[in-house]
Design a protein around this ligand. Structure first.
Ligand code: PXP
Length: 267
C-alpha cells in the first residue's frame, strides 16, 4: 500500500529569473545564483525548461545549472529529437517531456500522449539509455496516465492549470491566466462546480497513476493560495512551482519565498 510522505517535495522552477535577465538581454540576474538559496530554503529539486526558442533558459545555463546544482535537476523539454539529443548530452537527473508551441506564453496543456505516442516512445528510450528518468507532463485524464505507464515513464506530472484558473476566478473574480477570459461569464455556482470537478479529476488521476506504480508530480499555476488542497492529495509526491515563487521573491527575497512555499507543502 502507498504510504504518503508527510511532506510534499518541492521543485522550484527558476525559469523566471532568466525571464528577467532576458528582458534586458544582459547577464543579470544569473539563475545559477538561485541554486544554493533554494537548497538552503527547503527546495528539494531545481526545475528548468529549455524551450526550443530559448526564450529564457539557454543551453549554457542548463549546462552550468546541472553541473553545479546541489539538488537534482528536472529539465523540462519538448519531444523533438534534436532537443532530446541535447538533453541526453546534458544528463539532468530527470527530463519532463512537455508540449511546446512557439506562440504560447507558457505550457498550455498536457502532452498529447496518444497522438504523439511513437515520438514520445523514442524520446523515452533515448533518455533511459542515458540514465535519465522520465516524467510526462499530462492533463489529468485516465487515458493519458494509462498511456504514460505503457510508455515506461517513471513519473507523470499532472497539469494543474485548469484548477488554478478556476480557483482564481472563484476566489478573486480574476482569471489566473488571460487565456481563461471566456470562463468569466460563469456564475459563482457554476464556477464552484467546475472548480470541484477540476480538483476531482486531479485526485482521480493521481490515485490512478499511483495504482499503476507511477510516481506523481503536479504543477502549473500553483501559488500560495491554491496549493493547500493539492498538498492534501497524498498520492501526489512532488510539486513543481515557478512563477508564484519568483513573483513573491521580488518583494520578500528568494529565501523566504521558497521557505514559505515549503511550509505550505507540509501535509
Ligand atoms: N511544471 C511544468 C511541466 C511546467 O511546464 C511549468 C511551467 O514552466 C511548471 C511546472 C511551473 O509552472 P508555474 O510557473 O505556473 O508555477
Amino acid at each position: 500500500m502507498h504510504v504518503a510522505n508527510p511532506i510534499m517535495t518541492l521543485g522550484v522552477n527558476i525559469d523566471h529569473i532568466a525571464v528577467l535577465r532576458e528582458a534586458r538581454k544582459i547577464n543579470d540576474p544569473d539563475p545559477l545564483m538561485a541554486l544554493s538559496i533554494c537548497a538552503q530554503s527547503g527546495a528539494d529539486q531545481i526545475t528548468i525548461h529549455l524551450r526550443e526558442d530559448r526564450r529564457h533558459i539557454h543551453d549554457e545555463d542548463a549546462h552550468r545549472i546541472i553541473a553545479s546544482s546541489p539538488l537534482p535537476v528536472n529539465l523540462e523539454c519538448a519531444i523533438e529529437p534534436s532537443i532530446i539529443d541535447i538533453v541526453c548530452a546534458l544528463r539532468p537527473h530527470r527530463a519532463t517531456l512537455v508540449p511546446e508551441k512557439r506562440e504560447e506564453v507558457t505550457t498550455e496543456g498536457g502532452l498529447d500522449v496518444l497522438g504523439k505516442y511513437d515520438l514520445i516512445s523514442t524520446a523515452i528510450k533515448k533518455l533511459h539509455q542515458h540514465e535519465i528518468e522520465v516524467s510526462l507532463f499530462v492533463d489529468p485524464t485516465l487515458e493519458a496516465i494509462e498511456a504514460s505507464e505503457r510508455l515506461g515513464a517513471e513519473w507523470v506530472e499532472l497539469h494543474t492549470g485548469s484548477y488554478a484558473n478556476l480557483y482564481a476566478m472563484r476566489h478573486s473574480a480574476l482569471p489566473h491566466s488571460h487565456h481563461a477570459i471566456e470562463e468569466l461569464k460563469l456564475s459563482r455556482n457554476e464556477l464552484t462546480e467546475r472548480l470541484e470537478n477540476a480538483y476531482g479529476t486531479i485526485v482521480d488521476a493521481a490515485n490512478y497513476a499511483r495504482s499503476l506504480g507511477l510516481k506523481v508530480a503536479a504543477g502549473h499555476g500553483l501559488n500560495y493560495q491554491n496549493v493547500a488542497s493539492i498538498v492534501m492529495i497524498d498520492t501526489i509526491e512532488e510539486l513543481n512551482i515557478g512563477q508564484s515563487i519568483i513573483a513573491r521573491s521580488v518583494f520578500t527575497g528568494l529565501a523566504s519565498a521558497v521557505s514559505d512555499m515549503k511550509t505550505l507543502c507540509q501535509r
